[in-house]
Design a protein around this ligand. Sequence first.
Ligand SMILES: CC(C)(COP(=O)(O)OP(=O)(O)OC[C@H]1O[C@@H](n2cnc3c(N)ncnc32)[C@H](O)[C@@H]1OP(=O)(O)O)[C@@H](O)C(=O)NCCC(=O)NCCS
Length: 192
Amino acid sequence: MAEIELSPETAKVLEIKPLTTDLLPAAVELDRLCLGGMWTLNGYEREHTSPNSDLLAISVPNPNGPHLVGIGCLWAILEEAHITLIAVHPQYQGQGFGQALLYHLLHRARLRQLEWATLEVRTTNQPAISLYQKFGFQEVGRRRRYYADTGEDALILWRSGLHQPEFPLTLAAWEQEISSRLQASGWLFISQ
Ligand SMILES: CC(C)(COP(=O)(O)OP(=O)(O)OC[C@H]1O[C@@H](n2cnc3c(N)ncnc32)[C@H](O)[C@@H]1OP(=O)(O)O)[C@@H](O)C(=O)NCCC(=O)NCCS
């Protein structure tokens, strides 16, 4: 993916909302860059249209069209939110975008009345493991040699309690923390 160059007047506005069709090719590129090519264009199209998926995008508005800087997706399976991917463009990592994506996925899981969230993560992916732990995910198991490319194990992480009456308060506290962090970095955050 080419280096992202932003015009100064729009550089600090961020939008988070369901991925729109115009950004599907950019999602494939971002996936290739951050996740080694997990899904093809067909895969993203399928998620985009599936009523059981929430496919979210963080983008930066720009005169030539929005720049996609982050993607996150969940599958709703019975009472479970299966988080299938989260990725932030390397130029934008470390500023709170990953947290913002995870927050919005869990918020949507709550709106869907799901009860828990789960995901797999490489045992060596410390940035992602730390991110999930911040949101209360706990290790509940391991899938041996889950990743075909390296033969690495996957940790199975689990976050329960999404349907509990106190969870909206937790969500509100996370939202406050994430907005403050983004604002401190000069980002104006718009969500839908
Ligand atoms: C994992 C990923 C999405 C995090 O995105 P990000 O925007 O950099 O994350 P944030 O800035 O929101 O950081 C949130 C938390 O994640 C953890 N984290 C992020 N980067 C980290 C790093 N380099 N080392 C350790 N922890 C890190 C920290 O807990 C951090 O909270 P803190 O800043 O208060 O310490 C990003 O690194 C990424 O896209 N990686 C490649 C794709 C990937 O591995 N996805 C996960 C697949 S399961």
